[in-house]
Design a protein around this ligand. Structure first.
Ligand code: HEM
Length: 152
């Protein structure tokens, strides 16, 4: 994955230093633009607020580690199937995330920064969706095996 690691880290540090509660703003934007995802978030707001920032910090720390990213993000994508997250929702979260970053970064949200985040989100979502598809195929196969008559 060839991402603009320096730009991603610098802009994220800036955003977190300006708005330590940026996740709160992220959910406000997400639920305002896509109210249909709200019922998926059953747990406490605190849990919700850890969702994106924690994961993003972990990912930004490991951007050079392709094997870790692949394993972790595929597994995370598979878990999201259980949360009821579907493929069409990924661009919604990307939209809310970029809107939040742009709003907090203000004048520092240059075309270069926007591109770095667009590419990074696409890469992250791509790996998560790959994990989600594999998990769905696995469960469809095991259901087929369970439904098949016993051998012999
Ligand atoms: C870059 C993409 C995303 C990242 C990095 C991400 C990250 C996370 C993380 C770290 C968790 C915490 C639980 C766990 O470890 O499984 C989580 C939970 C969750 N995510 Fe995501 N997520 C992403 C995309 C999405 C999308 C597109 C949706 C769709 C609306 C979504 C909805 C949820 C829900 C509903 C939960 C469970 C929260 C709860 O139980 O209240 N996520 N996500």
């Amino acid at each position: 994955m060839s991402l603009d690691v320096i730009t991603l880290r610098e802009s994220f540090d800036l955003v977190v230093s300006r708005a330590p509660d940026m996740t709160r703003r992220f959910y406000a934007i997400l639920f305002e633009r896509y109210p249909q995802v709200r019922p998926l978030f059953g747990r406490s707001t605190e849990k919700q607020e850890q969702m994106l920032t924690r994961a993003l910090v972990a990912v930004l720390d490991r951007l050079e580690d392709g094997a870790w990213l692949g394993d972790t993000l595929r597994a995370l994508g598979a878990k999201h199937v259980d949360y009821g997250v579907t493929e069409e929702m990924y661009p919604w979260v990307g939209d809310a995330l970029l809107a939040t970053l742009a709003e907090v970064a203000g004048e520092a949200w240059t075309p270069q920064v926007e591109k770095a985040w667009t590419d990074a989100y696409a890469a992250i979502a791509g790996l998560m969706l790959d994990g989600a598809r594999r998990a769905t195929e696995r469960s469809t196969r095991s259901e087929a095996v369970a439904a098949a008559p016993p051998p012999g």
